[in-house]
Design a protein around this ligand. Structure first.
Ligand code: ADP
Ligand code: MG
Length: 331
């Protein structure tokens, strides 16, 4: 049997307190050349897990194995962090602000071959789309551009694993999309393995090949993003991955849904406004323009429902409409 690329084997790290926190014994493997995203609410143990994988924390029990060899913790290693891995966080701030972008990258490369050093620097500048800013001082860059530099620096010496701990939080959306695409291209073209941590559904759904959901220091479920979005096994996952309508059983009944489960989840794209002459139970409270679509805030007997429509030109706020729910999840 071949050795797993990265094996997390019954690893735990608990912090004492009224409610113990941290990471409970956790086991899973990470495949090479893919983006694995770990998603969970704040305090669910995402950063703790990432630090354990990298070797910045020593587990209470269990071990992490990289290609069959144990990843050592900070007590056992002079420079903490596995040599084949690099990590970028929001706080990654080891650049020289007054040096140019290309200097900040090339300084990390060995001087043994000047030609190789220049080529590798150029390659990273291209891979991260930084040609336009290559000769600028880092001090003059935007937050998003600085994150590109931080990622290029992390990749300079060709680590096998790039760990990202919510590095895009301060980066505005338009910039974030481009950076995410560039990272995906690098993964595809170079076989880099990325493990990212996030609480942002848009980010993990578009970036990840594999998704791991963490709740209170435990893996709740894992799988491919599309599958998990369409068929979450838990209310927590549905809440994390979507901006969905979450109704109690009683509220669901008002929307015509009968269930003996406690909660009903309706994704906005599963609720439709249809023309009906009779059963116009819902009132359009607001029509929110979202660009490619509109979001309707509908109301019936105190229950609010969000629905998306691509064409709202025939709808008016205050109008009474019939709502049809194609699909729902019950938990
Ligand atoms: P996340 O990254 O998902 O927000 P963390 O892994 O940072 O969560 O933290 C998980 C839990 O462990 C939190 O409740 C946090 O307060 C606790 N924790 C993390 N680091 C420490 C520490 N050094 N000492 C005590 N508690 C900690
Ligand atoms: Mg964190």
């Amino acid at each position: 049997m071949s050795v797993p690329f990265l094996q997390i084997s019954a690893v735990s790290k608990l912090y004492p307190g009224d409610v113990p926190s941290g990471l409970k014994p956790t086991t899973f493997n990470i495949e090479p050349g893919k983006v694995t995203a770990i998603i969970g609410s704040s305090g669910s143990g995402k950063s703790t897990l990432l630090h354990l994988i990298f070797g910045l924390l020593t587990p209470d029990a269990g071990a992490v194995y990289f290609k069959g060899d144990r990843v050592w913790g900070p007590e056992e290693k002079l420079i903490p962090g596995h040599d084949a891995m690099r990590m970028v966080t929001q706080e990654t701030n080891d650049v020289n602000l007054f040096a140019k972008v290309h200097e900040n990258i090339s300084v990390l490369l060995p001087n043994t071959d000047v030609e190789v050093k220049k080529n590798r620097t150029d390659q990273l500048i291209d891979q991260l789309n930084m040609r336009r800013i290559a000769n600028k001082r880092v001090a003059d860059l935007s937050g998003g551009e600085r994150q590109r530099v931080a990622i290029a620096r992390a990749l300079a010496r060709q680590p096998e694993v790039l760990l990202l701990d919510e590095p895009f939080n301060q980066v505005d959306t338009s910039f974030r999309d481009g950076l995410q695409q560039d990272i995906r291209s690098i993964v595809k073209n170079t076989g880099l393995t990325v493990i990212m941590v996030s609480h942002d559904p848009a980010e993990v759904l578009s970036m990840a090949d594999d998704l791991i959901v963490l709740k209170d220091g435990e893996i709740l479920e894992s799988g491919a993003p599309r599958q998990m979005y369409q068929h979450p096994q838990n209310l927590y996952t549905a809440k994390l991955l979507t901006n969905s309508n979450i109704l109690t059983r009683e509220q669901a009944a008002i929307c015509g849904i009968q269930t003996d489960k406690e909660h009903v989840v309706i994704y906005p794209e599963w609720a439709h406004v249809t023309s009906s002459f009779t059963r116009k139970h819902f009132t359009i409270k607001h029509i929110l323009f979202k660009g490619a679509y509109d979001e309707l805030i509908l109301e019936n007997e105190g229950v609010e429902l969000r629905a998306t429509v691509t064409d709202s030109s025939k709808l008016k706020e205050g109008e009474h409409v019939h709502v049809k729910v194609d699909r729902f999840l019950a938990f």
